[in-house]
Write a protein that binds this ligand. Structure first.
Ligand code: ZN
Length: 318
């Protein structure tokens, strides 16, 4: 018998990268069983080929390879997209304290002003939050003149739009949307592979005795005015039909699904590649054990996917 390793049938499991943040906590260790570097760990980069946090392959034929290197050397695993970099980044964020209020540019603005970087479109899935948790999404200025005036005069309470959120809320943050995660919330963030953030306001906090840098002019350049309506940005994704792939978002940057698995779920991997993250419970994917906190990629040509167990999975692709 000739042993052929069918590489496109292998699941690519990834080892996350972690980032310590002034606002980070220890829940990624306590509740997600990651080996976190310290008790101020703000972000787990579960699927990333970004130079600021490049994941490595955990096991199998490509064990130890960086995802960025795998993307370069084996474009066939990712559907030969011709893209110059792995386009997506999947994070789990533990906000012990409020994050600064920020905005991201789109591809066009970032390409010109940030050295060819991608812009950043992102989505959040609320994994856990306190009873009365709130997020900042959008603002209340009616036109750019009012936006500039409110920012220059520091009228943050008036400007910022805070909204209540619940576990299972799925939120689209288009480039140009003012946003911030507040303390006590854990989210999964799915985004373009970019690290370009303009800080609008940081609550006047000091870090090591100094305020963190703000990027007021660039923020004013890119903030969308007026802000998108809140009902157009949030999908309630807590109790969706079980045992199917529920599409949460399909836009120019990504497609995202959620599956609540309680019995066998079968579907075809029909995309250039499919990222999967287990956010609750455990089970199997094509017979391989997976559990909460696992992130992996099903390559191009993977074929039929069979999920079993008792788990929630978020899947994404371009
Ligand atoms: Zn952001």
């Amino acid at each position: 018998m000739i042993l052929t390793e069918q590489t496109n049938k292998q699941i690519i499991f990834l080892k996350p990268a972690f980032r310590q943040m002034v606002w980070g906590g220890d829940r990624l260790g306590r509740e997600w069983h990651y080996e976190i570097p310290d008790s101020n760990t703000g972000e787990c980069w579960g699927v990333s080929a970004h130079p600021n946090g490049d994941c490595t392959v955990r096991e199998g034929r490509y064990a130890g390879e960086a995802l960025s290197a795998l993307w370069e050397k084996h474009p066939e695993l990712f559907g030969n997209t011709g893209l110059d970099r792995f386009p997506l980044l999947v994070k789990i964020i533990d906000a012990r304290a409020d994050l600064s209020i920020q905005v991201h540019p789109d591809d066009a603005y970032a390409g010109i002003h940030e050295n060819g970087s991608l812009g950043k479109s992102e989505c959040w899935y609320v994994l856990a939050c306190d009873e009365d948790s709130r997020l900042i999404i959008g603002h209340n200025a009616k036109d750019r003149a009012e936006l500039v005036e409110m920012i220059r005069q520091g009228r943050w309470q008036e400007l910022i739009r805070e909204i209540p959120v619940k576990k299972g809320d799925f939120i689209r943050i288009e480039p140009g949307t003012v946003h911030a995660i507040k303390g006590g919330i854990m989210v999964m963030e799915l985004q373009q592979s970019s690290d370009i953030t303009y800080r609008v306001y940081d609550y006047g906090r000091l870090v090591d005795g100094k305020p963190r840098e703000l990027h007021i002019d660039k923020s004013i350049d890119v903030i969308t005015v007026p802000a998108a309506r809140i009902e157009d940005t949030i999908v309630k994704a807590d109790e969706l039909p079980q045992n199917v792939m529920n599409l949460l978002c399909a836009c120019a940057c990504f497609r995202i699904w959620k599956a609540d698995v309680t019995r066998t779920v079968t579907f075809e991997q029909a995309y250039p590649f499919l990222i999967m993250s287990v956010i609750e419970g455990k089970g199997t994917v094509n017979g391989q054990a997976v559990r909460k906190g696992d992130h992996f990629i099903l390559p191009d040509g993977f074929g039929e996917v069979v999920m079993e167990g008792n788990m929630q999975v978020i899947a994404s692709t371009i």
